[in-house]
Design a protein around this ligand. Structure first.
Ligand code: CA
Length: 469
């Protein structure tokens, strides 16, 4: 069973008078959500509270489809209430959520999203945005009409192209991720990432182990950077993935046990000079590998008295002694050479081990690839191409592209593979959304949204907004 721990924090910010964000932490159901409401008067608060309440009530049996259905039920309820009460007319809300759901090969984490709140995955020191914003600037970014920097300061960055409560039906994005120990799923409203950079978020997630502490620190940073909007953070961490991480590194563990047995002093033989050493480079390891070689070589050679008795059989007593002495000299030379080879072997082993037991993800031409070794190589050991993937440079979000271009390093092939799987999930998600958008027959409709100043705006989205559920 997958075990999670979580922390959360929310704050009105430095400018707004009320907090229109709502969130849900339902640990007993492994269900977590964040909603960011909009609409004058109390509309935003009502809409976001309704979204998380319907999520809690209607999530049903754990599945991605049920999560999406709960969001659609919430959408209908908010839409009807907005139509029925003049005060609440035009209210709407974002909603993002995650939940543990059963998958074909064990538990998975399902996530859903409508609007511009975000679901991030922090894994292997990388922050990856799983959800795609349904916002005007995101559409412009995707069409190449804006750069990331321009998007951050775009005057219409608060206009969203999809929300709960705006129309009778809504498309809910969603997907699943296979969880591993240490994965951290970050759900947040735009009050966080509008103020705090991805690097700052990563730094906090890296530094603070306790989820509540990390959530509170993120909110504090957003306030420190201006706090121009309500800020909500829910942080969910995988503390037990039901042995999946262990299974994923089984191949590596097998390699290590092979190394350990070869290190056993009782099996050290003539191949001592080529023997790899598991935890190479440690002074203690050098000692243990060195000493048994003496012991073994000694026990495998005839004892000195045997030499003497051989000598006794000789006619020439002194010739026998000389013979014995020369044999002893030869014996010492052999031991010395073997010991020397053992030391050289340990050093070579350390270099070979470092060259072979590190991995990195980089671009092989335009494709993402996994390499074995160190970027640039270690002495004479060049990195080896392990696998070239179908993921291309242009498909990756800009922040991820940068990480891959900088040769992202991992301590095992399993960790590198998991990273690539995550990249593939992000790319697939984008591809699905793009292909559905371009082939969609849904006509563009005006979407009523709210700007940072709180004014209700009606805008035609730049592109059709319908995507597959
Ligand atoms: Ca907001």
């Amino acid at each position: 069973m997958t075990t999670l721990r979580s922390g959360s924090a929310t704050h009105v910010g430095q400018v707004r008078s009320n907090n229109q964000d709502s969130f849900l932490v339902l640990a007993e159901a492994d269900l977590f959500g964040v909603a960011d409401g909009m609409g004058g008067h109390n509309g935003g608060e009502v809409a976001s509270a309704m979204a998380v309440e319907h999520l809690r009530e209607h999530a049903g049996e754990p599945s991605l489809e049920n999560l999406q259905q709960a969001a659609r039920i919430g959408n209908r309820a908010i839409f009807e209430k907005a139509g029925a009460e003049a005060d609440l007319h035009g209210m709407g809300t974002t909603l993002c959520a995650v939940r543990v759901v059963p998958g074909p090969e064990g538990d998975e984490i399902a996530w859903i999203n409508v609007g511009d709140s975000r679901v991030y995955l922090f894994r292997d020191d990388s922050l990856i945005q799983l959800s795609r914003d349904h916002s005007l600037v995101e559409d412009l970014l995707r069409d190449g009409q804006l750069t990331e920097d321009e998007a951050k300061v775009h005057p219409k960055r608060n206009i969203i192209t999809r929300a709960l409560g705006i129309d009778v039906d809504v498309d809910v994005d969603g997907s699943t991720v296979i969880p591993f120990n240490g994965d951290r799923f970050l759900l947040c409203s735009d009050g966080l990432f509008g103020e705090v950079t991805g690097d700052q978020i990563s730094s906090v997630l890296r530094r603070l182990a306790e989820p509540t502490e990390a959530a509170e620190e993120l909110v504090r940073l957003a306030n420190e950077s201006g706090g121009r909007d309500n800020i909500t953070v829910v942080l969910v961490e995988v503390v037990d993935d039901d042995g999946r991480s262990a299974a994923a590194s089984a191949a590596l563990a097998k390699d290590e046990s092979t190394l350990a047995s070869r290190q056993d002093p009782t099996v050290v033989g003539d191949d001592a000079d080529t023997r790899p050493v598991g935890e190479a480079g440690e002074p203690g390891e050098t000692g243990t590998a060195y000493v048994p070689v003496f012991a073994d070589r000694k026990s495998s050679l005839p004892d000195a008295p045997d030499f003497a008795s051989e000598g006794d059989e000789s006619d020439d007593l002194f010739g026998g002694l000389d013979h014995q002495r020369s044999k002893r000299v030869t014996w010492r030379v052999v031991v010395f050479i073997v010991a020397l080879l053992a030391v050289v072997g340990v050093v070579l082993g350390a270099i070979v081990w470092t060259g072979n037991n590190t991995y990195y993800v980089a671009f092989d031409g335009r494709n993402v690839a996994i390499y074995q070794g160190k970027p640039g190589g270690v002495l004479w050991i060049e990195p080896k191409l392990v696998q070239t993937t179908d993921i291309t440079r242009s498909e990756l979000p800009e922040d991820v592209r940068g990480a891959v271009a900088a040769n992202k390093e991992f301590s095992s092939e399993g960790a590198a593979t998991r990273y690539v799987v995550t990249l593939q999930a992000v790319v697939d998600k984008q591809a699905d959304a793009t292909s559905t958008t371009t082939s969609s027959t849904t006509t563009t409709r005006p979407v009523t949204t709210t700007t940072a100043a709180g004014a209700v705006t009606t805008t035609a989205p730049a592109t059709p907004t319908t995507t597959a559920p």
